[in-house]
Design a protein around this ligand. Sequence first.
Ligand code: ARG
Length: 457
Amino acid sequence: MAKMWEGRTSGETSQIADDFNSSIKFDSKMYKQDITGSMAHASMLAAQNIISNDDAEKIIDALGEILADIESGKLSVDMSAEDIHMFVEQVLTQRLGDTGKKLHTARSRNDQVALDIRMYLRDEAETISALAKDLTKAIVEKAEEYKSNIMPGYTHLQRAQPITFGHHLMAYAMMLLRDIDRISDCKKRMNVSPIGSCALAGTTYNTDRDFEARKLGFDRICMNSLDGVSDRDFCAELLSAISILMMHLSRLSEEIVLWSSWEFKFVELSDAFTTGSSIMPQKKNPDMAELIRGKTGRVYGDLIGLLTTLKGLPLAYNKDMQEDKEAVFDGCDTVKMCLQVMTGMIATMKALPENMKKAAQGGFINATDMADYLVNKGMPFRDAYKISGRIVAQCIKTGQVLETLPLETYKSFSDKFDEQIYDAVDLQNCVNRRISAGGTSVGSVEAQIEFVKSKLV
Ligand code: ARG
């Protein structure tokens, strides 16, 4: 196909160079943004008397038809075109002749592509936030269901203190709230219009960049044209926000993998979100959780790949920047899938409270409460800690637990012990007493649930 930029060179490029150079396979995703941006550009050109109203109307109508034709399947994107911007302009020119050729006045593909990605990603950011909210809601629902079911809380993956499953789940709701916040924060810097920066230096035409920005729903314009065409911070910011989000999904996935193992058996995943083995008939594998954990590495790769692409680029536009799209598209597509899978998996997951309780009854997770009991009886914490440690060591030797250790044995360690020690080490009481804000008591977890719900409306 004849090159639009043929002139300075013959435009006769080798096939391999064309294939290498072309971005249409991945940037055709942005056809809608490209066409909408071009419509606004044509309006601006007419409003500023750079082209006639008549020409602008024809261009805008034809662009509307191109959009409808692509969406109905009547027009298929030509995969031999260089990129989506060239493709749309070529079709426009085929349909309108010379009038079509006027559209590219006072702009360049450099500001055009920067505009298109910003528009594409602000929609993606919106979708990702909405999906993250859906997941948060699913988590909150489960937390409500299991707000009083006791399980061991862990540090170092060693049983530490009793908590409720609802409390544990709500920790993930808090992470997701921050993710949603990070995405909306990055949208503030994304929603700034580069169009009108042109190739790099601005233009001699009397354009109105604010008009175009307003028409396309941007908050303001980029204030430096070189920066306008070379800034991809918003891509890196979104990828970094979703990398953190993926890290959260990955940690939750890891827990789901552990919890659904025979070793823990804290949860049972629904059949709809598990797979079997081709050889071992007994298997029910948490593949979805493992894949989410695995895909986290892929999204990190997208982020690091993009940052590496950008780090050595002189101003302004360089073709290296064409590499931004696959990274950022892949990151967004991946996180959208992972969020939906995680939501389904959580919504259909059943906890096994009996097993959680049983696990909570081993491991001396009420030892801190025994120490606190002695502190309340007037013993300095460090002494109480030491005595409690010795009692645990003895129980491990004799196969006893704090709940049923005879009072005489307690008293042999300290005369401060009395009958009330049994209340103090009762697991339910241990949970009930943790009424501090953010703590594990049912009331505290309910407050966390209310907090998250108020952020989701
Ligand atoms: N396909 C290109 C990209 O994605 C569009 C910009 C091309 N500009 C240029 N001067 N070659 O970055």
